[in-house]
Design a protein around this ligand. Structure first.
Ligand SMILES: NC(=O)c1ccc[n+]([C@@H]2O[C@H](COP(=O)([O-])OP(=O)(O)OC[C@H]3O[C@@H](n4cnc5c(N)ncnc54)[C@H](OP(=O)(O)O)[C@@H]3O)[C@@H](O)[C@H]2O)c1
Length: 293
C-alpha cells in the first residue's frame, strides 16, 4: 500500500511518519515538496504517486493570525483541501482529512456529536468547516477526522505543553485560562488511530469521526498536570505558581469555543476500543520529550 502524508512536518504529520510504516510505503510531503498555495501543482504531484491513501495533515493553524489572513487560511484549509480530495478521488485513492473542534461555537455543555450543527466563531474555524464540506463534495467516500487541543513532540511545531514548559523556566507566576473546556489530544494517539482506521476505510468506512482523547479539562487543569508530571520526572525543579483566570482577562483576536468536548462514541464503536485518557497521554508525551532533551 502507498500512503501519501501531506503536511508531514506538522504535529500530526510527524507522528504519522513514525506510526504508519508497517502499513506500506509512506510518501512524506512537506511544504517544500508540495506548497498548498500552488493549487495547480496539487493534482499532478498527488496523482504522480498513484497512492492507495492520501492523508491531509496540513493546515493553516495560526488561529489568531487567520483573523487578518482570511484569504491565505481559506486557500490552505478550504481550496487546497478540496483539491487534494479531488486529486485522491481522481486516482481511486482513499482520502483522510483532519479537522477541528473549532467548527462548533461551544455553546453546548455536553459532548458534541458528529451530527450536531456547526457554527464556527473564528475565521480559522470557518475555513476548516468550508474545507470539510468541500472535501466531502470532491470525494464522497472521504473521511473527516475532527480533533482538538493537539500537542506533540514534532520539533518544528509549538503547542500548549511546550509553551508551558518554556514559561515554567522563565516565570514564577503563569496565568492560565480556566473557563475553556476541551480534551487535550496527543498527536501520536491520533496517528495510531489513523493507523487502525486505514483498513476500515479501505473496507468502506466513510464520513465524519470525532477523534480526541477521553476525559475533559480546562487549560488550567492541563497546566497543573504538566507541571506536576514535569516535576516528578525531573524536567523542572521549581514549578511556577499557576493562577486560574477567565477568558475575558486574556483577550485574543480569535474567539475560542468555551466548551469544545467532542463525543468519540462513534469512533470508539468503529475501532471497537476505548480511546486514550488525556492525562495518561500527557504523561507519555512528556516521557518522549524527556528522551529528546
Ligand atoms: N493544533 C491543534 O491544536 C489542532 C486542534 C484541532 C484540530 N487540528 C487540526 O489537526 C490537523 C493537524 O494539526 P497540527 O497541530 O499537526 O498542525 P501543525 O503542527 O500546525 O502543522 C500543520 C502543517 O501544515 C503545513 N502547511 C501550512 N501551510 C502549508 C502550505 N502552504 N503548504 C504545505 N504545507 C503547509 C505546515 O508546514 P510548515 O511546517 O512548513 O509550516 C505544517 O507542517 C490540522 O488539520 C488542524 O487544523 C489541530
Amino acid at each position: 500500500m502507498k500512503i501519501v502524508v501531506v503536511g508531514s512536518r506538522g504535529q500530526v504529520g510527524h507522528d504519522l511518519l513514525r506510526v504508519l510504516p508497517p502499513l506500506g510505503d509512506i510518501i512524506s510531503l512537506s511544504r517544500s515538496e508540495l506548497d498548498l498555495t500552488q493549487l495547480a501543482q496539487i493534482t499532478p504531484v498527488i496523482q504522480g504517486y498513484c497512492p492507495t491513501v492520501v492523508i491531509n495533515a496540513a493546515a493553516y493553524t495560526a488561529v489568531d493570525r487567520a483573523q487578518t489572513e482570511h484569504e491565505l487560511a481559506n486557500q490552505i484549509n478550504h481550496l487546497a483541501a478540496a483539491q487534494l480530495a479531488s486529486a485522491a478521488y481522481g486516482c481511486g485513492a482513499a482520502f483522510i482529512h483532519l479537522s477541528t473542534d473549532y467548527v462548533f461555537n461551544g455553546f453546548k455543555n455536553t459532548p458534541y456529536e458528529e451530527t450536531d450543527p456547526t457554527n464556527p466563531l473564528s475565521i480559522y474555524g470557518q475555513t476548516k468547516l468550508q474545507g470539510e464540506v468541500a472535501v466531502q463534495q470532491a470525494h464522497p467516500q472521504s473521511v473527516v477526522v475532527r480533533t482538538a487541543w493537539v500537542y506533540g513532540t514534532a520539533p518544528q511545531s509549538n503547542n500548549f505543553i511546550k509553551t508551558m514548559l518554556r514559561l515554567g523556566t522563565e516565570q514564577d507566576l503563569i496565568k492560565v485560562v480556566v473557563d475553556q473546556i476541551g480534551s487535550p489530544t496527543w498527536s501520536y494517539d491520533i496517528a495510531a488511530i489513523i493507523y487502525d482506521l486505514i483498513p476500515l476505510i479501505l473496507a468502506g468506512a466513510t464520513g465524519i469521526y470525532h477523534c480526541t482523547s477521553t476525559g475533559v479539562a480546562s487549560w488550567f487543569d492541563v497546566a497543573m498536570t504538566i507541571f506536576d508530571e514535569a516535576q516528578s520526572m525531573g524536567l523542572l525543579h521549581h514549578p511556577p505558581q499557576i493562577l486560574p483566570i477567565p477568558t475575558a482577562s486574556y483577550p485574543r483576536p480569535a474567539p475560542r469555543p468555551a466548551y469544545s468536548v467532542l463525543s468519540t462514541t462513534k469512533l470508539s464503536h468503529l475501532l471497537q476500543r476505548p480511546l486514550p485518557y488525556w492525562h495518561h497521554s500527557v504523561r507519555k508525551m512528556l516521557n518522549q520529550l524527556l528522551v529528546t532533551l
